[in-house]
Design a protein around this ligand. Structure first.
Ligand SMILES: [Zn+2]
Ligand SMILES: [Zn+2]
Ligand SMILES: [Zn+2]
Length: 83
């Protein structure tokens, strides 16, 4: 079964791996995935572990607006925009 990016439609092939967003499960290619440290993975409160989770652009701005703003360098700009 060949995955394809839900954003650009590119199929998984060779080094272009498709991964799934950890919030909505949408497949995204390596160009459209966003790695964000997500503390939802932290199991014990006293232990700070930074785990990077894969996000689609939509969930990146929806669930991690602060990270999205930092990345884009435009605070309050509304995050990701798609054409
Ligand atoms: Zn893509
Ligand atoms: Zn998502
Ligand atoms: Zn997340």
């Amino acid at each position: 079964m060949a995955w394809e990016c839900s954003d650009c439609g590119r199929k998984e092939q060779g080094e272009s791996k498709i991964t799934v967003c950890h919030h909505c499960g949408r497949p995204v290619c390596n160009l459209h995935r966003v790695m964000v440290p997500d503390d939802a993975f932290n199991s014990s409160p006293g232990q700070i572990v930074t785990n990077f989770a894969i996000h689609c652009p939509g969930c990146w701005s929806a669930f991690h607006p602060q990270a999205a703003n930092v990345e884009s360098g435009a605070p309050g700009a509304g995050g990701w925009t798609t054409a």
